[in-house]
Write a protein that binds this ligand. Sequence first.
Ligand SMILES: [Zn+2]
Length: 291
Amino acid sequence: MPYPPRHIQPPRRRSRLKRRIKIWIARIIFFLLLLLALVGLYHLAGIFFTNFFLEAQAQSGESTAWIEEDTPDQESIVVAIDPGHGGSDHGSEGIYFYEDEMTWRTANLLLEMMEQDGRFEPFLTITQAQWEDESTREKPSERADLIQNQQTDLLLSIHGNSDYSPDTYGFECFPVPPGLAYHEESQRFAEIIAGLFGQDGQKLRGNNGVRYLYYDENDNKLLVESGSLQLSGSPTFTLLEDSGCPAVLSEQCFITNAGDVDRYGDEDGCQRAAEIYYQAICEYFGLDTLV
Ligand SMILES: [Zn+2]
């Protein structure tokens, strides 16, 4: 009996090959499905977490700025320091110097401290050239325009007080009074400044060293104590009224009183006053002092 030809494969080996091919196809399909499932899951998870965080942020009232990678740095605080008078206007005459000498010195010491601090963008309302120029003066309305244009957050105007009697002394300051924009913030700033001068041992004039100044129809000055609504809405110092920001005019000391000059008017005194102003500005913005 003849044997079957050699080249024909036995049926058993053929079916084993088919089964192997089937297994490989199944494996490939399985891996492809697994890959698809993983990609799908990844996308679903992404959508879920993004929505979750957006909702959480919306509920807490926060902005969604975290999505943007390049959020701009927090802007620094713009503070205007006004050295009262200067130029052809020397202010009142003290026992040792004119008012504008003291305001210029104090303003520059304060400017230096605030620049050293680094968190502020301080500026003076007049330049050295303007301060020295005897032929003209920078009017309060011109200073107010400059302050408005700088988008200022806070204004401190520095002055020296005077009286016919050499015995009059003490500290007082004037915020934007009631009935005008920025009154409340100005009042808070004034109370901080007066409080610090009081803590330093200085006598506070009036109730607490904070007073309102108004002008009547004839441009007479009228003084009203802090907290009173009498004359509310009447005109006050142009600089306070027109600078478009919280503002205080500070009468640092009586330059006509020897004790006051010794405390806050001479060189050491200006330094001491500048330190108080710096501390008050930090406190107003809820910051610790760094200098
Ligand atoms: Zn003055």
